[in-house]
Design a protein around this ligand. Structure first.
Ligand SMILES: [Fe+2]
Length: 108
């Protein structure tokens, strides 16, 4: 029983500090972006129309989720302006990537 407690276990006895809450929202935004990237890659290489349609709908939903977390971060973040700008840059990158039919874009 010498297992160290996970950060989540430790947190179960209390609520997030403002700093932790901000970090949580950033992680959630990142998870949505990862999902958007994964589904976009899959969309570009699937041959089935029904799979394409499902992925397109889900990508739309994930963008909505991203927006929800972004707005919450803007509301509760400790550095709203910085967070807002970083989030917009990230989203713009994703949207640009999705609009492009190629997957070989280099980092900016
Ligand atoms: Fe999501």
């Amino acid at each position: 029983m010498g297992m160290a407690k996970s950060p989540m276990e430790i947190l179960l006895n209390r609520t997030f500090t403002p700093r932790e809450q901000e970090e949580m929202l950033r992680e959630d935004m990142e998870a949505e972006l990862d999902a958007i990237n994964l589904y976009s890659q899959q969309l570009s290489i699937t041959a089935y129309d029904d799979v394409k349609k499902a992925l397109e709908e889900i990508i739309y939903d994930e963008k909505t989720h991203f927006e929800i977390f972004r707005e919450l971060l803007e509301k509760h973040g400790t550095d709203e302006e910085k967070a807002r700008k970083a989030a917009k840059r990230e989203l713009a990158k994703i949207l640009k990537k999705n609009a492009s039919s190629h997957d070989d874009q280099s980092e900016e």
